[in-house]
Design a protein around this ligand. Structure first.
Ligand code: 5AD
Length: 377
């Protein structure tokens, strides 16, 4: 419920109400997401940082990403590896190379994320299931975490049976961003075959398999406004997301949205001076509404603000960082958006960034989402 400010700012009132009620309504979320004086944003950022510490602790968890194929059957209008982007040279790593890279990753990190474009064939899923099995087996002897080494998948929309097959092969977590919960926007930015409802069904199927379920949205979709973003945050809560990844939409060459990108219009739509601040506010509000989820500091944040993108995301509520470990020759080809392959991902850089944000790291724990752990009780 909104109460009207007396002497204090509306932001202060909303944060005060939040502390009493532990929730926010749509109007309150919209206000927190909007452009306002820096001191008011600071109230939000301090609150979300405190909620992070109280619910998921001070640790920032790390997982290595291996982008094993940029072949994609989907034609999303924003994504650089969309099927019809002929500028991109396609690659698929051989099974042995994926597994070998994962073995390198497990010497440093407690989990590995295998990501690729969307391919729905059974042959693709069979091969991926085999890869997951091998990685889990090799973790028993190569990872200090042994059976607690986590395999995370992010390969798009699949059938319930296919998700089940991957779960049984040993996959622990699955990431599938909804991208936006506004159906009209969803249609605008995806090709005709995609449907928001189908994607929601996929997320439910993943949850039913008791995998850690991850989702997220793009911020700065043409035509997107604060009300849409508020609904996105409420959606994360409604489905009980264990992992949330959000980032700015960045232009990718050879895509309809990237080639017509109008930054000023996007800022107008989301009532912002700059996109980076809006994403920071989104992370904060998402933390307030989903205190026990893992929220990542995304690569896109680091691209948008190379000085301190990740650090600021961590300061306001992110508790996961996912460095890219794709073999060097193919890193540039995994072209989701401009500037992605230049982001620094070395362990030393990440450790320094986490420390700079005033947080700690622990590479010996799986860092399972607290929300998921509590569901097991
Ligand atoms: N800008 C930012 N993020 C993008 N993604 C795809 N294309 C872009 C882009 N142009 C994100 C999508 C997808 C994730 C793997 O990468 O949200 O879910």
């Amino acid at each position: 419920m909104l109460t009207y400010p007396t002497q204090s700012s509306l932001t202060e009132e909303i944060i005060h109400n939040y502390k009493m009620n532990k929730t926010l309504d749509t109007a309150e979320i919209c206000h927190l997401l909007s452009h306002k004086p820096k001191e008011e944003d600071q109230l939000l950022f301090t609150a979300s940082r405190d909620v992070t510490t109280a619910n998921v602790g001070e640790m920032v968890h790390l997982r290595a990403i291996i982008e094993f194929s940029n072949v994609c059957e989907a034609d999303c209008l924003y994504c650089g590896i969309r099927k019809s982007n002929d500028n991109v040279e396609r690659f698929t790593l051989p099974t042995e190379q994926i597994v070998q890279t994962a073995v390198e990753a497990m010497k440093q990190y407690p989990g590995v994320l295998l990501q690729s474009g969307e391919v729905q064939s059974q042959a693709f899923v069979n091969r991926l299931a085999e890869v997951v099995k091998q990685i889990k087996q090799l973790a028993l002897t190569n990872s200090p975490l042994k059976e607690n080494f986590r395999v995370i998948l992010s390969v798009g929309e699949l059938s319930q049976n296919q998700y089940k097959q991957l779960r049984e092969a040993g996959a622990d977590r699955y990431l599938l961003r909804i991208e936006t919960t506004n159906e009209r926007l969803f249609k605008n930015i995806h090709d005709r075959q995609s449907s928001m409802n189908e994607r929601m069904t996929c997320l439910q199927n993943i949850k039913d398999l008791n995998m850690h379920v991850g989702t997220g949205v793009l911020i700065g979709i043409p035509g997107q406004n604060l009300f849409d973003l508020a609904n996105d945050v409420k959606f994360f809560k409604k489905i009980g997301a264990d992992m949330i990844g959000m980032g700015p939409l960045l232009p990718a060459k050879g895509t309809p949205i990237g080639d017509n990108y109008n930054a000023q219009q996007v800022l107008k739509d989301i009532h912002s001076e700059n996109l980076f601040d809006t994403v920071k506010r989104m992370i904060s509000v998402t933390r307030l509404m989903n205190p026990k989820a893992n929220i990542s500091a995304t690569t896109a944040m680091e691209v948008l603000n190379p000085e301190s993108g990740r650090v600021e995301a961590i300061q306001v509520g992110s508790n996961v960082v996912m460095p890219v470990m794709t073999p060097i020759g193919d890193k540039k080809k995994y072209y989701l958006y401009e500037g992605k392959s230049n982001v620094k991902s070395g362990l030393d850089v990440l450790k320094a960034q986490i420390t700079q944000a005033g947080r700690k790291y622990d590479l010996t724990k799986p860092g399972d989402p607290v929300s998921w752990v509590e569901r097991q009780k």
